[in-house]
Design a binder for this molecule. Sequence first.
Ligand SMILES: [Mn+2]
Length: 410
Amino acid sequence: MKFAHMADVHLGATSEPKLRQLEIETFRKAFEECLNENVDFVVISGDLFHVNIPDLFVVKEATKVMMRFVETGRRIYVVYGSHDFSPNATSMVDVLEEAGVIVRVGKPYTVNGMLRPEIVVDKRTGALLTGISGRKLSLEKEAFKHLDREYLASFKGFKIFLFHIALDEIKRAGERFEGIASTDLPDGFDYYAGGHVHRRIEYLKSKKIVYPGPLFTGWGIDLENTVKGERRGFYIVENGVPKFVDLTAFEGIYKEIDANGMSSLALNESLKEIAKGMDVKGKIVVFRVFGELSSGKTSEVEFASFREEIMKRGAIYLHLNRSQLRSKEFEGQAVVSDDAQKIEEETFREFSKARRFEETRLNDEAVAISKALFQQLKVPKMDGETEEDYEGRVRDSALEVLGIKDLLRG
Ligand SMILES: [Mn+2]
């Protein structure tokens, strides 16, 4: 028996065209590899999609890839992740299941207050698959508490358990997340197919627990870790032995600059030098700037020309992280002013300088529009007004301010 184990695919996580293309290409390659390697089935341990209703272009491309595999008579088994599940709305996972593209395992039902996740038999191999889906806020922790372990133990055969939650045992120093202990997983399964943790983990102790990590790269911090050298891909498990298949889709460069004590002008000079000195051709660049500028404002830092230069030199994409860059000047002003309106205005000005919109009006009149919008959004609820009426009223006036009321109606 040979099967593939993927997790945290996060299809649709990026809207950046080149990354989006790499994302779907990687998904295609993964399934091509599954066909070449002649695996019997594929399991995906949650977060197939980045959101419960993803962009339909992404869904179409992904469906094409999966159908090619399914049409050979093989199946794809999934559980929901924390991203592609919604407690009160239909998920794309449900749509694809109705269409016969994927099979969701571990659908829960209760007997005498105990949770029994449904067990699915793979017709081709006789393997038994079940699991517990991910939820927002790790509500599945509860599910593990009420799991009917005896019921699960009564099934005999090659058993796979899919789950989407972190394990306490794999926590690194300083990491904070809600997890379960490996002993919380039901006993007696031959393979525990994990998802949710965005790095590759083989925890092969009394239980064979594997996390492939993201197939491609989710976003932000994943991108950073990928360019820092983490390999991305999935597992092929043959006769119970997991083997990692490396599908890392791009090479990258990680660079950071400590701007502490630099003036905005000096930082601009540094950025120019850095851009010139980097070999970025065909690579994804993750660039982090942090620290407090000694003088000048963060809005004076020419990130737009830095980006332009990096892209001109052939980079696939620049991921700029400047959330920890501060300016002494601006913060000083904000603290000393006792005029709330002035603080608001200055804050809007600072933020608007660092952002460019396609709609030129949003750039030219950014401060005025922000102030007007802010004004509308803090209008209080009237006595006796229903929640719905109040929301509608605030929404309408906000749209009016943005000048898109008619646009949305049309
Ligand atoms: Mn995930």
